[in-house]
Write a protein that binds this ligand. Sequence first.
Ligand code: CP3
Length: 344
Amino acid sequence: MPNDLLLRAARGEVVERPPVWMMRQAGRYMQAYRELRAKYPSFRDRSENPELAAEISLQPFRAFQPDGVILFSDILTPLPGLGIDFDIVESQGPIIKPPIRSQEQIERLTPFEPEPKFGFIGKALHHICREVGDRATVLGFVGAPWTLAAYAVEGKSSKDYALIKTMAYREPALLHKFLQKLAEAIAIYACYQIDQGAQVIQLFDSWAGQLPPDDYSRFALPYEKYVFQYIKERYPSVPLILYISGSAGIFPRLKDTGADVISVDWTMDIAEARQILGAEVAVQGNLDPCVLLATPEIISDRTYEIIRKAGRRGHIMNLGHGILASTPEENAIHFVETVKAYRY
Ligand code: CP3
């Protein structure tokens, strides 16, 4: 039997149980990943060598068969395609060198072309699709313009986003120019992933929840919408998921983005999320990743609570953000198996 549960749930169809996968399911909590990381210490090597990226993407699939297999990559991966260089440094996270802060730098950015530079993404997706076949859904993903701009302007992870917000408030026209260039690049990059086999696209606007709601509507939402519209015009049947961390305060606005599925963090009751979004939009989430640090009984109870609240139509079970590196692997497996054994 082909497993298209995730696609059916994303389209709002009635399914026998919710599909399940985990954000960051390929990563540091897995022993197999840590072994590969010891052999290939550079994040860019691991994520830009197609055989390695495919191998890492498939580690969770081999270990516990989630219903979705996400490409192992990063939201920053396409930035060199615009002329923005980056690295991911152990215990520091992403570093952009040099940060993008001037009009001159923004004007100099180059239009994005997937091939030949990003052919490794296509190759990795081919490997993944070949191994997964019809046993799960393959997800591609991109970072949204606001979140990518936040990294590019700040130059690294930030607590307060003071530099990009200063640009937003003092030089809005300049930031809009940058956001538009990022949106065009990201839209093309997402379509490339679909061409190469991705069946769903998740858009990560992780830091859009840091904006005051009206500024979310000015600086983040229009560009999320641009990317979704661009993809929808070309691939109307590919489900589009939007993830924003800390989105409770802007939740009613998320309907206007054009996403088919809204990924809900753990600060929101998923039943209330559904009420706000209405029947047309599916939901994903929203288990607190810290629940996976508890016992198997607690993990099952909290998982059932969410499944019942979300209802039987259009819910993809997932965490409210990425799985923590300190999660015991057996707890992650227990979570996935709990969902897979559930029947509505
Ligand atoms: O979900 C998956 O399994 C696919 C892989 C994936 C990674 N990054 C791999 C990765 C995905 C979907 C991302 C997206 C991403 N990258 C986001 C959006 C999701 C979110 O968490 O909000 C963001 C904000 C980034 C930027 C980024 N890259 C951060 C904040 C970090 C972590 C820094 C750290 O050291 O904790 C990275 C590095 C990164 N990307 C790691 C992984 C597995 C950890 C580095 C490593 O394994 O060596």
